[in-house]
Design a protein around this ligand. Sequence first.
Ligand SMILES: [Fe+2]
Length: 424
Amino acid sequence: MSMATVNQDLESIKIPGTTSVGWDRATPVNERVDEHGRPVSTSIPFGVDDPRAPKLRQYNHPTVQNLRDQLREYNGIRGLEICSPEDLDRIIHIYRRDGFVVVDKLLDTNRLENLQSACELELKKILSHRPTNDRRYNAETGRLPHRYCYGTSSASRHMMHNPAWTDLIDLPKSTPILTALFGSKDYLVWGGGGDLSLPGAVEYQHLHTDGLDSQTNGEERLIYAREHFDISPTMTFSDLDFRTQKLVMEFVPPGITINFTVSELTWENGPIRQIPGTQGLAQKPPTLDQEPLWMRYSTLVGVPAGAGIFRDTRAWHGATPNLSKEIRALPSIEYAAPWRTNETFQKSMPHPIWTNLSKHARNICRKIVQKPGMWPHGAGYTHPLAAARQQAFQNSIGTEGYVEKSYTDPSSAGTALRLFNKES
Ligand SMILES: [Fe+2]
């Protein structure tokens, strides 16, 4: 592509609305790239293929049209409940039952427009790094083509340096819900980012959980479970019968993520899929070749812009094909339970942003705020390739830290290669 065409392409990025970005026919279906942007063989475990994906990344290709016809007919959970933020009892009931709940009208018009613009701008940054081969875009390392994450594309691993994101942390309509779901107001912010897909992301992302729940910390979880149901104050976790112990595990999530909708989720634009009732399971979700059709269609079609999807991070979920001409972004804030340890918290929030937050937000962000006078390492540098992000973080931190690289179990996370920034 010429430079002028590249710029026109980026200028067409619009959320919501149609765009010329995406649908790159030159990017093979199921192709994944390593940390340097080199395509890797699909036979090595570097992300997961969708064996039922269309054959070509082309809007009108017959195999795309065939999938589009199926999705038009079947995509979306029938009778999906969408709650109003004031309906707290119903929200808690649905969340505990399903492991997720959709809440409408979390964002006022100003916040929504602000977030839409920020999502456009951050996507332009991601796509501005052009590949050296004939592909139209650098794919994100370890993810399927045309899929990115605002968090993992940032060299700080989060978007906590961007006020459009940090403004979402303590909303008048979300804080009472989080407090009820965690059983405490002392939950923590782990970070924020959010998945996005370009038009032409034709593959399903495999079902996964965001992290694995070791189902330990029973005694600590019991403290928060007492908020939810009656347990005699003299009973410890080990005194409880197995059913009650199981209930404690089900009701006390290690983390809750809110994904905010910046445009309506439709049958065609890649709505997130959530499998209800999977938050307490120890077994793994089915792989893409085993996944039944009912799970592939178990998506949140019809969620309007400005809503929030509260997800227990353990509940099975995954991204779905975006066969439209619109970008589908789901910016997120990731919250951790009060009993989570320090080890995975990263200093991704600049101190001046933290200072301007509400008192409650300052408290729950205390583990991610960088010290005064120091910019969070890697924050503000965005790149789809892991090697570039690793370099940026290391250049910033020098000898005071390092990046730990880990290849994850493909069934447990959304990406094959994850970077963990460590400060000593
Ligand atoms: Fe995920």
